[in-house]
Design a protein around this ligand. Sequence first.
Ligand code: DCC
Length: 191
Amino acid sequence: MTTALTPPAGARPPVRHPDAPAPGEPLGSHYEHCFGCGGGQPHGLHLEARAEEGVAVTAEFTVTADHQGAPGLAHGGVLATALDETLGSLGWLLRVIAVTGRLETDFVRPVPVGTALHLSAEVTAVHGRKIYATATGRTGGPDGPVAVRADALFIEVKVDHFIDNGRPKEIQAAMADPDTQRRARAFEVNP
Ligand SMILES: CCCCCCCCCCCC(=O)SCCNC(=O)CCNC(=O)[C@H](O)C(C)(C)COP(=O)(O)OP(=O)(O)OC[C@H]1O[C@@H](n2cnc3c(N)ncnc32)[C@H](O)[C@@H]1OP(=O)(O)O
């Protein structure tokens, strides 16, 4: 792991927000057209995450033929996306909006099409806007062998990050999303 992913002296343990969803509760999608979790992406991962105790989540995603790199095997970038999405959903337990600054991934075993990847992620430390987190993806069940793992640094941002950088068409549509939980996750967690 690079030094950029080692929490500095003065980093603190994460604090679960009092309004975080209860352990076992599904987090839902933060954006209909998110490639990781959105229902509106036919070839997306449709990853479903739920809250765990502490500042942790678990999630599943099944590798389909749309996700291949080598014949019959998941593309590494797709697996990194699954880790990134799972890690990204941790922000909802802290009630902050955060984007990936750095994602360092180990690909330990190939993951065949048809495999359900069992992901788990947790925040390990927080230092100012920097959120340090780690994730694993296992095959064969939540206690199966590790196929992929990642360490990551997320950076807390304000909603302006999306307003200033996203395309107005999608931003306006997302802000008018009638799904209030999804809109809250995307934009209203830390106004
Ligand atoms: C609509 C739905 C919404 C819902 C949102 C949820 C989306 C979930 C999707 C899954 C997650 C994603 O893929 S998110 C998409 C992929 N990620 C992105 O597009 C981010 C692109 N990068 C950026 O926009 C920017 O670089 C930021 C915001 C990350 C940082 O810029 P900044 O705000 O100007 O902050 P900056 O001063 O540079 O950095 C703050 C501190 O973090 C450190 N830092 C920053 N980047 C790194 C790095 N790569 N490696 C090490 N350290 C770093 C700096 O050294 C500094 O430390 P110090 O000096 O304080 O010590």
